[in-house]
Design a protein around this ligand. Structure first.
Ligand SMILES: *Cc1c(COP(=O)(O)O)cnc(C)c1O
Length: 381
């Protein structure tokens, strides 16, 4: 529908200056744009699980839909899932808040803690939602220079002041895949708390936690006993394969959780998502399979990129960010465009001020092969 727009909405001034989150290009959109049949397109652009969702979770929601009273007409009850997560983390149920994706929780945090007089601190090349959630609360974002594309905690500490209300940390970070040892983050929080007496909320976003190899894995929810101002957010969108259902959670002190419940919309997690997440949490077989295929795919892509003469950032997530060196004739925008023309969707990173980098989600073996073959073909011409 075309509209002759002369209307200026009576919105808050700062809203006009926001930019919307640019999602990875959907398969359906590329199909519409270039006329490529959907089944010929692969998408390695949004860090989704290439195996889909847990078959047990799928069965559970099918059963729900098939049940006499299909459970959709009723408003959702968050009890079972939040209980299960709390038990897993060995914390109280009133320390868990569920969200419509973990993004929802990051946004709520912005609303709770930020305003025009305050600021939030994040790292250069950090997940873009931190900046969006901060600006959407009409607050100021302070960006600490990255160190080797990762968070520089001491630079973040230096940017923190008495008006800081949130420090955003992604571990591993997206889109760079960089990882900070847990102990470093623990020491950082301790240092911040000593100086600012818990007046800064630390949001530790662990969307890719489950992809960490055992020797790197840690459980930051264990720190909640030490830090009443810590929020650990996790999601069912990545290894659990439920991105389309929108469900995530955050663990925090009961005092913080109470505030989240006041600001969140009443039913911010739907029946299908709640049930699927509950079942997916227990599907060890699917989780190990997803972990395994990612580990193998990561090695395969690293070796393939190396062979084709591309550098990349070592990643602890389910994606890898490659560097296109213009001096070697590797033009990121060009490569992205040609991949699209060949039905391969990856993620360009202009929005992150990384115009020479491209992020590729680890896919199935076949998808990874198709990506590398297409890239090889493009570079030969
Ligand atoms: C994908 C992602 C999320 C989670 O998004 P959802 O809203 O849960 O789908 C959060 N943080 C980071 C760093 C991510 O990459």
């Amino acid at each position: 529908m075309q509209q002759n727009s002369t209307y200026i909405p009576p919105a808050n001034d700062f809203v006009f200056n926001l930019t919307a989150y640019p999602p990875g290009k959907p398969i359906t959109q590329l199909s519409r744009e270039l006329g490529i049949p959907e089944e010929k397109i692969i998408k390695l652009a949004s860090n989704e699980n290439p195996l889909g969702m847990s078959p047990k979770a799928k069965q559970a929601i099918q059963n729900l839909l098939n049940s006499a009273n299909d459970g959709i007409a009723r408003y959702p009850d968050q009890f079972a899932l939040s209980k299960k997560i709390a038990d897993r983390c060995q914390i109280q149920q009133n320390q868990i808040v569920l969200g419509n994706g973990s993004n929802n929780l990051l946004d709520i945090a912005g609303k709770i803690f930020l305003n025009k007089q305050t600021n939030a601190v994040c790292a250069e090349f950090a997940f873009s939602v931190y900046c969006l959630a901060t600006l959407a609360a009409n607050s100021q974002i302070r960006i600490a220079k990255a160190k080797d594309f990762g968070h520089d905690l001491s630079a973040m500490y230096d940017l923190t002041d008495e008006n800081t209300r949130i420090i955003w940390i992604a571990n591993p970070n997206n889109p760079t895949g960089t990882f900070l040892p847990h102990q470093e983050i623990y020491e950082f929080i301790k240092k911040v708390n000593q100086k600012f007496q818990n007046s800064v909320v630390i949001i530790l976003d662990e969307a890719y936690n489950e992809y960490l190899p055992p020797e790197k894995r840690g459980d930051a929810t264990k720190w909640l006993a030490d830090f009443p101002n810590l929020i650990v957010s996790r999601t069912f969108s990545k290894i659990y394969g439920l991105a389309g259902l929108r469900i995530g959670y955050a663990a925090m002190s009961a005092e913080l959780a109470e505030l989240f419940h006041k600001i969140r919309t009443p039913f911010n997690a739907n029946n299908l998502a709640l049930l699927a997440a509950e079942v997916a949490l227990d599907d060890q077989e699917f989780l190990s399979q997803s972990y395994q295929i990612n580990a193998e795919g990561m090695t395969f892509l690293e070796q393939g990129l190396q062979k084709l003469g591309f550098d990349f950032i070592a990643s602890s997530g389910n994606f890898i960010t490659m560097f296109c060196d213009p001096n070697l004739g590797q033009n990121a925008a060009d490569i992205n465009q040609k991949l699209l023309e060949n039905g391969v969707i990856i993620r360009p990173l202009m929005g992150y001020q990384m115009p020479n980098h491209l992020r590729i989600t680890i896919g199935t073996k076949e998808e990874n092969q198709r990506f590398l073959e297409t890239l090889a073909k493009i570079m030969k011409k």
